[in-house]
Every structure is written in C-alpha cells, then in structure tokens.
Design a protein around this ligand. Structure first.
Ligand SMILES: Nc1ncnc2c1ncn2[C@@H]1O[C@H](COP(=O)(O)OP(=O)(O)OP(=O)(O)O)[C@@H](O)[C@H]1O
Length: 311
C-alpha cells in the first residue's frame, strides 16, 4: 500500500475530539501471557538477525497498539521487515533504536499516515489499514501527537494554538475552551505565557506548549517523537518529569521515541528496541536494562563496543 494522508486535517498533529471510548473492546483483547520467540524472516541472512531474540515479555495488560508482522519498504529500501511490537495500555512505552531504523515510520503507521505493504497495525484491536475514511477519522481522535518542535502555528499565540483542536473538533463554548486551555497550559508551566507567540518561546517552552496541545482533547494514546531533541540535560529531565506527572494524572498509552537513554531510564515503563526493521527485545524497562542480549546491553548503555557499529 502507499503513503496516503487521507485526512489532511489530522496531519497537523493536534489530534481531534475526545475519544468516547464506547467503541473500544476494553476487556476482551488478548493479554500477552508468554514469551514469544520469532524465527528469522524467510530468506533473511541469519547473521543479520543474530541479536534479535524477539523476546516479547508479558506485561499483564492488553496492548493499545499492535504491529503484526509489518513489512514496509520505500522503493528498494526495506524499513520494517516483519515487525511485531505491542505498546501496552496504561503505560509509558519507549521505542528505542539506532537512527534511521524506522521509529518515526512506526508512528505514521499508527495514525494511518503510512500503510504496511504486508501485515497489520491494530489500534485498540481495530485494523488501521482496513479502516474506511470515516473510521480512520474517528480512530485519529484517540491520538495526541507531540512533534519534535511542538509544531505550533507561528501566527497564533499560545492560547489560540492550544485551543485550535477544541475549536476545530468540538462544539464546546468559548468559555469552556478557554477553561480547558488555561488548565492545560498551567499543567505544563506556561500559565504565565498564554499571550506569547511561538517565536517568543524557547525550544523547551515550545515543546511544553505542543504537549499541552497534544493533551487538550484527552487522547487515549499520546505519541512523542523525540521530545528531548534539542533540549539541554536539565530541561530534558524536567520534560521527563512532566511526562510522568501528566501520565499519572491522565493515564493512557504514552509512547516516546527517543535516543536519550537517560530519558528512558527516567520514564520508561516498557521498552521496545528496534533494529533492522524488527524488535530485538521488548519488555518492562527494568528487565530490558538487565538484558543479557549484547545488542540491548550495548544500546542501553551507549557503549561503542558491541554488535552495533557505524553502518
Ligand atoms: N516517506 C518516505 N519516503 C521514503 N523514505 C522514507 C520515508 N519516510 C521514511 N523514510 C526512510 O525510512 C527510514 C527510517 O526513517 P525514520 O524517520 O522512521 O527513522 P528513525 O528511526 O525515526 O530515525 P531517527 O532516529 O534518525 O529519527 C529512513 O531511511 C528514511 O529515509
């Protein structure tokens, strides 16, 4: 299938109206109960996958998002090569992996901006590639997305930026909207900056404003694409704390893509390590940080020695 942003309205990363939750099969989705080892894909060089144990450790909760044997290529460039990955409900998950390995491509599959060539992507049990335009529109209401730079509209002040999804996608009164916007801006520490324009803000403030906007419609699933990029270590630590605090308050499936292992140590409850289009290992964070897999150990400790080179 091809890359098809079928609903340009939702390409703005602002999410959409609050999910009713009524269509979600809450308790009848499968819970991963055992460790699954994957065989190398047919025709693959066995060496290429020697570090891929495919260990998929159980979490005891259903997955909000599942990738089932997903393949995706751009021309001859094969990016996802039989990806099986679950993102558990109610937890902060991190997708970690070397640059160019397909992490952002995964996010685009979740919201239906890219479609798999083979395999399936399920959100709350429903197949994204098989959704009609209307179903896709509804499904996207479950998501809030925080892009790297916050993706704010340069011509709007913070209040209008954060209010935008509410004005676009709900029938709420202006009074209700301003109430919600001020609450969300306050939560991310920007209560005093509501009249500022994006170009008056630091990178960290823009990210916090993007976070407020991603949350404004109470999404079930929040995606963060490298929220820590361009931030100094202290601001990264503060942003991590904020993600944790807001998750504690709101719940939901939070998925963070990052290169920053310190961030992973701070906030990850569940980690999936992606390399060469497949999962090397995934599981509860403390188990991954104690993994015996040489690739996982090297990647999570940021060491130069190990299976991962500069290639
Ligand atoms: N629309 C597209 N058309 C062609 N190639 C693409 C497209 N989107 C992504 N790619 C390619 O897919 C590969 C994976 O890209 P992706 O952005 O998902 O990597 P990533 O793991 O998020 O990397 P990084 O950590 O550096 O951000 C790259 O080689 C990229 O060039």
């Amino acid at each position: 299938m091809s890359e098809t942003p079928r609903d340009p309205r939702d390409g703005d990363g602002t999410g959409a109206p609050p999910a009713a939750g009524a269509d979600r099969p809450a308790d009848d989705r499968p819970v991963r109960a055992s460790v699954v080892r994957e065989a190398p894909p047919a025709g693959a060089d066995a060496d290429e996958y020697q570090w891929h144990t495919g260990l998929n450790r159980p979490t005891g909760v259903p997955d909000a998002v599942e990738f089932v044997d997903v393949h995706k290529a751009f021309g001859r460039n094969k990016i996802l090569r039989g990806l099986n990955m679950g993102l558990p409900e109610g937890k902060i998950s991190m997708i970690l992996g070397p640059s160019g390995t397909g992490k952002s491509v995964c996010i685009k599959h979740m919201v239906g901006l890219l479609y798999p060539d083979e395999g399936d992507v399920l959100v709350h049990g429903a197949s994204v590639p098989n959704m009609t335009d209307d179903e896709l529109f509804e499904m996207r209401k479950k998501f809030g997305v925080l892009f790297q730079d916050g993706a704010l509209f340069g011509s709007m002040n913070l209040i209008d930026n954060v209010a935008f999804p509410l004005r676009q996608h709900t029938d709420k009164s202006e009074e209700e909207i301003l109430d919600i916007v001020r609450r969300r801006l306050g939560e991310v520490g920007l209560g005093h900056s509501e009249d500022k324009m994006p170009n008056e803000l630091s990178g960290g403030m823009r990210k916090r404003a993007g976070f407020a906007r991603a949350l404004v419609l109470d999404p079930d699933i929040v995606l963060f694409d490298e929220p820590d990029s361009g931030l100094d270590p202290v601001r990264t630590a503060l942003l991590c704390e904020l993600i944790q605090e807001i998750h504690e308050e709101n719940g939901g499936c939070y998925t963070v893509i990052t290169h920053d292992i310190m961030s992973a140590r701070r906030v990850a409850e569940y980690i999936s390590v992606l390399w060469k289009g497949r999962i090397v290992e995934s599981g509860p964070a403390e188990e991954l940080f104690n993994s015996e897999n040489a690739f996982v150990r090297q990647f999570l400790s940021g060491e130069s020695q190990g299976p991962l080179g500069m290639e």
